[in-house]
Ligand binder design. Structure first.
Ligand code: ZN
Length: 248
């Protein structure tokens, strides 16, 4: 795999299941694409067992058909969001099955992408251990990608921020947003990507509502009653690492 060109702005999103990146950071993907970033998405599984209930209710459904359907949906959503590259690791879900070989694949991908920033799930998710295990896995791979002694000669990773995207029930996950991103100008793309997820129609309204609420928080935190900047749709993230700044 080709290593990103010097100076190219890039991002890497790691999604436990095929649809997660759409609900949680579809706006960030489309927006950064528009800002000139090459955004790569890695789906560790298709969510074939745990997040495809509607498909399993159809008669005669098989695991292979569910996987193929979910892959088609994720690829369609990625096209709508203008994703640069989407990778399917096909690890199986509920539970995800990590291993040394998968770790090497992910480290290679991180080093090739050389992300300006990364995104993944909340650190804690008692409802869905696939999500939190993905983030632990991402942190581990990020660390290995930074090690000069791992595959010497490859370009070593710097220190990209890892943004944790919004879980389904934020209060239960110990997740607390510290970044609000205005996605109003790409909302139509996010909504279109959401609608590619035909197997999870019950979530379409839910995540539209989340984006509207986060837009309210965006405005309150950008000036409040003293003239906060309005946003109609936003996404929220928790940053894993401190920021280094020259001015507050
Ligand atoms: Zn998921």
């Amino acid at each position: 795999m080709e290593t990103a060109l010097p100076g190219q702005k890039t991002a890497l999103v790691v999604s436990a299941h095929a649809a997660d990146f759409v609900w949680r950071c579809g706006g960030a993907i489309a927006l950064h694409r528009r800002l000139g970033y090459d955004v790569t998405v890695a789906c560790l599984s298709f969510g074939e067992r745990g997040e495809s209930a509607k498909l399993w209710k159809q008669q005669g459904m098989t695991l292979e058909r569910v996987k193929a359907d979910r892959r088609r949906e994720a690829e369609a959503a990625a096209r709508v969001l203008d994703v640069h590259d989407i990778r399917f690791f096909d690890l199986g879900d509920y539970p995800l099955d990590f291993g040394a070989e998968t770790r090497d694949r992910m480290v290679d991908l991180i080093r090739a992408v050389q992300p300006t920033f990364m995104m993944s799930h909340s650190l804690w998710d008692p409802y869905n251990t696939d999500h939190m295990n993905t983030t632990r896995f991402v942190l581990e791979c990020r660390m290995i990608a930074q090690a000069w002694g791992h595959n010497p000669g490859q370009k070593v990773l710097g220190a990209p921020q890892l943004y944790l995207f919004e879980p389904h029930q934020t209060e239960q996950m110990g997740w607390k947003p510290d970044v609000f991103l205005d996605i109003t100008e790409v909302w139509d793309k996010k909504r279109a990507a959401i609608e590619c997820m035909e197997g999870q129609e019950h979530l379409w309204h839910f995540y539209t509502n989340v984006a509207e609420n986060r837009a309210n928080h965006f405005q309150r935190n950008s000036g409040g009653q003293a003239g906060g900047r309005a946003a109609k749709y936003a996404e929220a993230f928790q940053s894993m690492f401190p920021r280094t700044v020259d001015e507050l």
